[in-house]
Structure formats: C-alpha cells, structure tokens
Ligand binder design. Structure first.
Ligand code: ATP
Ligand code: MG
Length: 264
C-alpha cells in the first residue's frame, strides 16, 4: 500500500541521507525502522507525507505517486507524530487533538467524543487535561497529546517518529499496548521509528534495519534473529536478550552494576 522505489534524498548542501532505498509496507502492518542516529529514519518517514521531497525515485501510496497529490490534503490523510513538530502552543489540549477532525468538518459532538476517548487512551483524563495548554504539560504528556492528535482523524496510515521517547517506562508500556489495540481495531498501517530495540520487537510485524541511508534487511523479528543478513543486524537483534541476561545476573547474584562492569 506504501511503496518506496529506488528513492534517494540529497539535502541542499550535499548530505546524502537516503540512497536508492526500496521498501514495501503492506496495508494493516506495523513496520518499525531501526538504526543508528543519522541513518535516515526520519527522512524516510517524511518522504511518505511529503515533508521531504525525494531527489530521485518514487513514493506510491495505494498505487498513486505522492507527487501527484496535494501535500496539504495528503497530510490530512496521514496521521503523524514527528520529533520537533510540536503542538500548537496557544491552543488547548482539546483544540490540538481536534485540529484535523475540525478541518475535515466533523460535528462538534463527534469531535468532543473523539477527543475524550483519545485522551483517556493516552492516559490523560480529559477532565484534568482538556483545557490545559502545552506549556502546562510535562514533555512526556505533550508527546502523548501528539499521539492522540495523530490518531484523531481515524486515518488509515500513521507515521510515528520516536513517539514515546520522553515517556517513563510504565506509561510507555501502557501506550505501546494502546497503540497495538488501536492498530487492530482500526486496521491501521503504522510506520514507527524507535531507538529502543525491545519496543521495536514488541510492536513490529516487520522491522527494517537501516544503516547510512540504506536498508540492511527487512523481516520479522524471528527472521532477522535466525537469518541475519549482516553482523550488525544480528548484534542489534541480540541486544534485548544480552541485556536481560546481564540484568538477571545482577538481580540473581545480588551484584551491583559496578561489580559487573568489567565483565563485558
Ligand atoms: N534538513 C536537512 N538538511 C540537511 N541535512 C539533513 C536535514 N535533515 C537531515 N539531514 C541529514 O540527513 C541524514 C539523515 O537524517 P535523519 O534525520 O533522517 O536521521 P535519523 O535516522 O532520523 O537520525 P536520529 O535517530 O538521530 O533521529 C543525517 O546525516 C542528517 O544530518
Ligand atoms: Mg530522526
């Protein structure tokens, strides 16, 4: 349903961010982009909703070249949460979440209902949070409003760039579950960027492992673990297990992190 074909992006100034990248994302799947800082994950997401235009290659959504679509209309049809694209500072939480439904001409009752449902879903009780402005929220709460806003218009496609980066582990755990449920309910197609390998494994139907503007390998967690195409893929996929072993040895042996620090 989303197809990147031989896409390259060279930013003004000559930085080659993406190099001949091809990727197919099926309808209804959650694909996670994983890779080191600067490898081109955000650029890849932005190519899909035309926040970035490719230098060469083609991006298709349901068979249509995105360059043939009005970017504003396109972005109303695709929910997105991006680093650095924040909330409207002078609008309340409710107004922020309602932004796209309002543009789409939903009735006030339907909008209000949707806003309350989503604020509950992301763990911000509407009675306490609806009327606040972004400056009156913590960073993680702002991020959650961003997630609610991205989900508000019931778009079929959702682009999420480190959506839970500033959220504590317990809340994050809850949000991951919510996203999974909402994904299933609405049969969403999600492309999500995270640096957290465990989060990637928990959420992804398939993972695309990126390095220096290219995709090293695409596949399910099982495929990537059992048939890694590259030592970097193997090492990345083994990380949660490696960490859990280390943690287990600290907890089990009553050792401290310092006792263990020269072991590995
Ligand atoms: N607007 C821009 N102009 C010039 N270069 C850019 C621009 N945006 C990104 N880049 C460069 O393109 C490359 C890829 O950037 P991108 O933001 O896609 O990486 P990323 O994988 O999302 O990294 P991170 O994990 O740190 O968010 C980097 O070298 C970055 O410096
Ligand atoms: Mg990024």
């Amino acid at each position: 349903m989303i197809s990147l074909q031989n896409v390259s992006k060279i930013y003004p100034g000559g930085v080659g961010a993406i190099e001949r990248l091809s990727l197919e994302i099926e309808a209804g799947e959650t694909l996670v982009l994983l890779g080191a800082s600067g490898c081109g994950k955000t650029t890849t997401l932005k190519l899909i909703n035309r926040l970035v235009e490719p230098t060469s290659g083609t991006v298709l959504i349901e068979g249509r070249d995105v360059t043939s679509l009005d970017p504003v209309v396109l972005r109303r049809q695709i929910g997105y949460v991006f680093q650095g694209i924040g909330l409207f500072p002078h609008w309340t939480v409710a107004e922020n979440v309602a932004a796209i439904p309002k543009l789409l001409g939903w009735s006030d009752a339907r909008i209000q209902d949707r806003v309350d449902t989503l604020l509950n879903d992301v763990g911000l009780p509407p009675d306490a949070y609806r009327a606040r402005r972004p400056a009156e929220l913590s960073g993680g709460q702002q991020q959650r409003v961003g997630v609610a806003r991205a989900l508000a218009a019931e778009t079929r496609i959702l682009l999420m760039d480190e959506p839970f980066g500033a959220v504590d582990p317990i809340t994050r755990d809850g949000l991951q579950e919510q996203i999974k449920q909402i994904q299933k309910q609405l049969d969403l197609t999600i492309i999500l960027v995270t640096h957290d390998v465990s989060e990637a494994l928990l959420l992804a139907d398939r993972l695309a492992i990126m390095d220096s503007g290219r995709i090293l390998q695409v596949g399910s967690a099982h495929e990537l673990s059992t048939q890694p195409a590259d030592p970097q893929v193997a090492s990345l996929l083994a990380m949660p297990r490696r960490q859990s072993k280390r943690l287990q040895s600290i907890i089990g042996a009553g050792a401290t992190a310092r006792d263990r620090s020269d072991d590995d």
